[in-house]
Design a protein around this ligand. Structure first.
Ligand SMILES: Cc1ncc(COP(=O)(O)O)c(C=O)c1O
Length: 406
């Protein structure tokens, strides 16, 4: 065997065997916190997946599809029934007309929809504007697609009941000739911010002025509180032709393990996304796409109940966190609470979350994992409340010990 470098030298091994790209990001901190929760027997308020059952009718639909032998590859860009259901839902909820034949790509989760979109539109050196704190996948997604992320801060509100905001000047300054896309996530993870119409209009104006694509991750579109309205940016004048709208089954139907999501875009962009998607994954799970079509046909009351149940969980967890010493920013959508941890006097978020998972038995996500510069999130921690009431009660009980343990 001919080997020209020392395989026991990690640096040499990296140089010869690994891509430079993977040097520029770490494994997901969120998913790592789930592994730690399992290791220490902690309650997992870290990763955003429900610990309660998915709706019976969609589980039945999945079982029926498998029994009916929908077990071979679906059309690479998505089963017709599901694409039709997606188009119908976008028309009904947002008044956006979509051609299911040319504008929809069903992917393995919205995660794949996002990376396929970025790979389809970005060239090396292109810049992508990202609001931060941001869902951690967007950083590695940009690196993998060769794009350079350019971050614009979302500032926490002065009062815990206020809105996270961005500075218009900072956003304007982020756009220039190299800007290819902006990634928007509304309702937002981790802040719970729901972007308002004037904010979206400002983003729209910049996208048009600089010929930029808006990639909007709307996976929490049905999880809204306090009469907040979700607006898809694709619906604003001038945006249909430059927007990729990403969504999926995971959060609206409590099936994060099914891995079904989609990208909706103008036909030429869809053509490019479909090519990337086909060679990355060939297709999303066929029987689960059929069940997805049933899910998207659930009545409006389903979504109202979904939001209402999450509102109760939010209003259950926030006081418990407050009592334990966290300053909570009240989310308007999605199912996370971002908190300020300064009152505890810990050196940083990682030290506190390590203590929480090992000694208190509650897993949360260090705020630093949502920022390009970890220092910016060093006094923040995120909790997920997509859990049963009993789970939240037990977490609250454990959190009472936080101040009394060293
Ligand atoms: C903002 C956001 N986008 C995408 C995802 C992943 O979605 P999917 O399961 O469809 O890949 C998550 C999961 O937590 C998320 O918070």
């Amino acid at each position: 065997m001919l080997v020209f470098f020392d395989m026991h030298d990690p640096a040499a091994l990296r140089k010869h065997f690994l891509s430079d790209k993977v040097e520029h990001f770490t494994e997901s901190v969120i998913r790592e916190m789930t592994r730690q929760a399992m290791l220490y027997g902690a309650i997992n308020l870290a990763q955003g997946f429900p610990d309660f059952p998915a709706p019976t009718e969609i589980k039945m639909a999945a079982q029926e599809a498998i029994a009916a032998d929908v077990n071979q590859y679906a059309i690479t860009w998505g089963a017709k029934n599901l694409r039709n259901a997606i188009a119908r839902q976008m028309q009904e909820w947002q008044g956006i007309h979509v051609d299911p034949e040319t504008q929809i790509t069903v992917c393995c989760g919205s995660t794949e929809a996002m990376i396929s979109t970025l790979l389809a539109i970005c060239n090396a050196g292109d810049e992508v504007v990202i609001f931060e704190p941001y869902y951690e996948n967007y950083g590695p997604d940009s690196v993998l697609s060769g794009a350079k992320p350019r971050f614009v801060k979302l500032h926490p509100p002065a009062s815990t009941d206020g809105e996270w905001t961005f500075d218009e000047k900072e956003l304007r300054a982020a756009f220039h000739n190299q800007t290819k896309a902006i990634i928007l996530n509304t309702p937002n993870n981790p802040t719970g911010k729901v972007f308002s119409k004037p904010e979206l209009e400002l983003i729209r104006d910049l996208c048009i002025k600089f010929d930029v694509v808006a990639i909007t991750d709307e996976i929490y579109e049905h999880i809204l509180y306090d009469n907040t309205q979700h607006i898809s940016i694709a619906r604003l004048d001038g945006m249909a032709e430059r927007t990729v709208t990403i969504n999926g089954l995971s959060k609206s139907y409590s099936v994060t393990g099914w891995r079904v999501g989609w990208a909706v875009a103008p036909a030429p962009i869809t053509g490019a996304i479909r090519k990337v998607h086909d060679f990355l994954t060939v297709g999303a799970p066929a029987p689960l796409q059929e069940a997805g079509a049933v899910a998207l046909g659930l009545p409006a009351s389903y979504y109202h109940e979904l939001s209402e149940r999450y509102r109760k969980r939010r209003d259950h967890l926030i006081p418990a966190l407050g009592e334990a010493g966290f300053r909570c920013f009240r989310p308007r959508g999605a199912y996370y609470v971002m908190t300020d941890i300064r009152a505890f006097g810990y050196a940083d978020d990682v030290t506190l979350t390590r203590h929480l998972v090992k000694e208190i038995g509650v897993a949360a996500v260090p705020g630093s994992s949502f920022y390009s510069n970890p220092r910016d999130g060093a006094q923040q921690v995120r909790f997920a409340f997509c859990k049963r009431e009993e789970t939240l009660d037990e977490a609250a009980r454990r959190l009472k010990r936080l101040r009394s343990t060293p």
